[in-house]
Ligand binder design. Sequence first.
Ligand code: XMP
Length: 353
Amino acid sequence: MSKLALTYDDIQLVPAFSNISSRKNIDLTTQVTKRYGLRMPLVASCMDTVCESEMAIAMAEMGGVGCVHRFMSIEQQTNEVATVVNALQDDAIKFLWNVQNTDWTFTKAIPIMAAVGANGDFAERAIALVNAGANIILIDVAHGHHENVQQAIAILKKTLPTHIDFIAGNIASAQAAKDLEAWQADGLRVGVGGGSLCTTRLKTGFGVPNVTCLQEIVAVTSLPVMADGGIRTSGDIAKALALGSSCVMLGSLIAGTKEAPGQMIEKSSGLYKRYRGAASLETKMVHNQVQRNVEGESTVIPFKGGAKFVIESLLDGVRSAFSYGGANNIKQFKPEWVQVTNAGLTEARPHLL
Ligand code: XMP
């Protein structure tokens, strides 16, 4: 059966009555898994040009979380996680996470997230990461609605201590959300083929535009949904939250920052850093993987400075969105939305210059 599917550019949120007097007071507290909360709804993607310890620490200092990628040896990834855990002994970070006067129903533990695959060394890796202090394991699979993921969750649930939560994905259908919930995932990573460097939809024809994908999944799950891939602006973050996501995962928006892994590249036109798809040829070559099933691109992007500056300006945009939506917090943020035409999209962008 054919069905119309929409993505972020196809919709706009409708302003609602607001009595928000100051954007400063907007509470962006949310959850990332059943038991782990965030102070702000942003997660750094588990890509090798986005998140190792430096990015994960910066995210935690801002109240979010970074997922330490898995494209390195178990020992290296464990060291990265241990570095994050050590940095979080800092009083200022503890203070930020020591929630007062809010409706905080989650564990008080600061989330420490790291990725594993669903086969090979995944169990050994997950045990080592948890021993180093990780408390959320993300099972990082391009097609998460897969028997391997079911088996991986079953094995890890039996092997790891009970305080560990699992995020599984990526998925793009209601049935996948129902199955992952039945397989005991604690959070869902949602979005297939919509990332800024993805070629999955071109190569395979599979994937669902993000708005419809989120709508279908949010309608059937009680788990926190992390919208992943294709977020280009704070407006897209607002749309993902408005559709019922609990948080969003960022790749390109925070790649190219000081905290993103990778060397600075100097060109006559300025400073750059590399950003590459997890399934790109470059990633496979760098990590000595079999150079087949390439489903991503790689590129250089202009150096953006510190991640905190980038994140702060994204959060400014999100708080402004909440003011337009008349919402004090994420639970209240349920604005209506409309589908727009190409003319509407043109009108939405600066069009005088
Ligand atoms: P953005 O748009 O934030 O997307 O840059 C980041 C997300 O893209 C996904 N990802 C990939 N998808 N091939 C894909 O089809 C790839 O090589 C690839 N690398 C990353 C991933 O979900 C990430 O969080």
